[in-house]
Design a protein around this ligand. Structure first.
Ligand SMILES: [Zn+2]
Length: 288
């Protein structure tokens, strides 16, 4: 009896140190919290000003910006203001499924593109929204993390810690797209840790996303990510957050995953929340 009691703390210590060395999960540093009333007030505060009265819905173009290793097209959906307002346009990128096995991140952005097409055009004044729901189509097809040449597409950016990058055609095509439309903000969607990962200098975009989705915020994924889009953007001084969506990989969960982040997504894309976005389409998506 005595011996076993004596042993317990040592066994615990052993497992604790194992967990520490294998730390493969983000450590949320902050848990946002809103009462429901405070949440409604926050949404009201972020709601877009009444639009000018136009009736047009956003024109969303589907463009092919390259080809994957297995010759699948790389698609982006681009929405931009109807009229040239003379002001400088900011390019907002929303990208998903750099890792082909994180498929519900892709499905969530597909729902977002559908809703974009029904959103009034005059909400979008000085921004161009660029959505890439399926960044790694070859990996997606095989439900595999890597591309067809076994490159991790979120470790393939030309950063100070990834100097011989890029290797993959998918990365080269995306860098070319960013040359055409230089990024003002990037939102990079992954799975499964359910956390908003951000650099301290990007708190301004991380916080509203976390508050609107009720996701925790974290500054570290828990393991090194050399050559990631996060590090690339930080070095280029492009504000970026990496949103790790919730764990479930089942397609049936995609509408719920989308529902959790949709207000945050609209706010990320438009810089405010269009009135129409406040109506949920969850039931419709579940019925499909
Ligand atoms: Zn990922």
């Amino acid at each position: 009896m005595r011996t076993s009691l004596f042993l317990i703390p040592h066994v615990l210590l052993f497992f604790t140190s194992l967990a520490a060395t294998n730390a493969a999960e983000p450590k949320p540093s902050q848990k946002p919290y809103f009462s429901s009333g405070a949440f409604m007030r926050y949404v009201a505060k972020l709601t877009c000003k009444a639009p000018s009265g136009g009736k047009n819905t956003l024109h969303v173009r589907k463009i092919k910006y390259g080809m994957s290793e297995r010759k699948q097209p790389l698609f982006a959906y681009v929405a931009h203001p109807d009229e040239d307002t003379g002001t400088e346009i900011e390019n907002v990128y929303l990208i998903a499924a750099q890792h082909g096995d994180e498929q519900n991140s892709s499905r969530a952005l597909d729902y977002f593109v559908r809703e974009l097409k029904t959103t009034r055009a005059d909400y979008l004044e000085s921004r161009r929204i660029i959505v890439v729901p399926k960044y790694n189509p070859d990996g997606f097809k095989k439900n595999h993390r890597l591309n067809a040449k076994k490159v991790d597409l979120n470790r393939d950016f030309p950063t100070s810690d990834g100097e011989d990058n890029p290797h993959a055609v998918e990365t080269k095509a995306f860098l070319k797209l960013m040359k055409k439309y230089p990024a003002s903000y990037i939102y990079n969607f992954h799975q499964p840790f359910r956390v908003v990962l951000y650099n301290p200098e990007d708190e301004e975009i991380a916080k509203p996303f976390a508050l609107l989705s009720d996701y925790p915020m974290g500054q570290d994924v828990g393991y090194p990510t050399p050559g990631s889009l996060g590090i690339y953007s930080r070095e280029k001084k492009i504000p970026i957050i990496t949103v790790e969506l919730m764990r479930s990989m089942r397609p049936a969960m995609a509408p719920f995953i989308y529902e959790e982040i949709r207000l945050a997504l609209f706010n990320a894309a438009f810089g405010c929340i269009p009135k129409s976005a406040q109506k949920s389409h969850l039931e419709k998506y579940l019925a499909e």
